[in-house]
Design a binder for this molecule. Structure first.
Ligand code: SAM
Length: 228
């Protein structure tokens, strides 16, 4: 039985962009029901591949990174959460083109499924280039709010990893500040390259490439989930 929050959390991003092309809409309508993550069922049973470990990507955008990780790591299972329909349609297309069996999609706000997942389910989670919400009065909209970080600390098992990235100076500050001050996470960086270089497991996302074209510098912050 899933434990959904009593009040649906407010979601402030875009749900829909331009109209999907007919072929993309058709693929989305046919494939999404088979790919949709079901919070009522044990996560591991939803993959035909019996994954060794499960990972969550929050806000996968166009899904290029999630698809690349799933292709490179067929022995792992990936749950991606993204409420933006055009992004979900893009990931469905990647999955179909590459025949990826190890991705399940939650096409809505990640906060609606987190409480239904058991402690220690995940070996890792990715929050890459989240919406920066730089203004103080919008701070409550930031994805790494204490409730979400608390859920990530519960869901990622000890020794697992939380990977954060941003190109925005204000967002880098709040991402780092939230995770550094959380008692269950330790920042693994030892030298500047550790936050300047993209981890080898990740690929460039559309959002990241746009940031680089506009001369914004991306950084990656990797945290280890400490023992209980
Ligand atoms: C700036 S985009 C970055 C997308 C992608 N990670 C990339 O690097 O291209 C942030 C994404 O987070 C998604 N997002 C925001 N709040 C979310 C939430 N509560 N649950 C899941 N996704 C969310 C947005 O819809 C948006 O697509």
């Amino acid at each position: 039985m899933a434990h959904f929050p009593d009040d649906k959390p407010n979601f402030y991003g875009r749900r829909r962009g331009r109209k999907l092309r007919a072929t993309v809409q058709d693929l989305y309508d046919r494939q999404l029901p088979n790919l949709r993550f079901d919070p009522e069922r044990a996560a591991i049973d939803q993959f035909a591949t019996s994954p060794e470990d499960l990972f969550l990507e929050i806000g996968f955008g166009g899904g290029e990174n999630l698809a690349a990780m799933a292709a490179a790591r067929p022995h792992h299972g990936f749950i991606g959460a993204e409420p933006f329909i055009n992004g979900v349609a893009s990931l469905v297309r990647h999955i179909d083109n590459q025949g990826l069996p190890n991705i399940r999609i939650w096409d809505d706000d990640v906060r609606l499924i987190m409480s239904a997942m058991p402690d220690g389910l995940l070996a890792g989670a990715y929050v890459l280039f989240p919406d920066p919400w730089p203004k103080k009065r919008h701070a409550a909209r930031r994805i790494l709010a204490p409730d979400v970080l608390g859920e990530l600390a519960r869901l990622i098992r000890p020794g697992g990893r939380l990977v954060l990235a941003s190109d925005h100076s204000v967002a880098k500050g709040w991402l780092l500040q939230s995770a550094v001050t959380h008692p269950k996470f330790a920042w693994t960086a030892r030298r500047p390259q550790d936050w300047r270089e993209q981890p080898a497991e990740l690929v460039d996302t559309r959002y990241m490439m746009k940031a680089e074209r506009e001369d914004r510098v991306p950084n990656w912050f990797i945290f280890s989930r400490l023992p209980d």
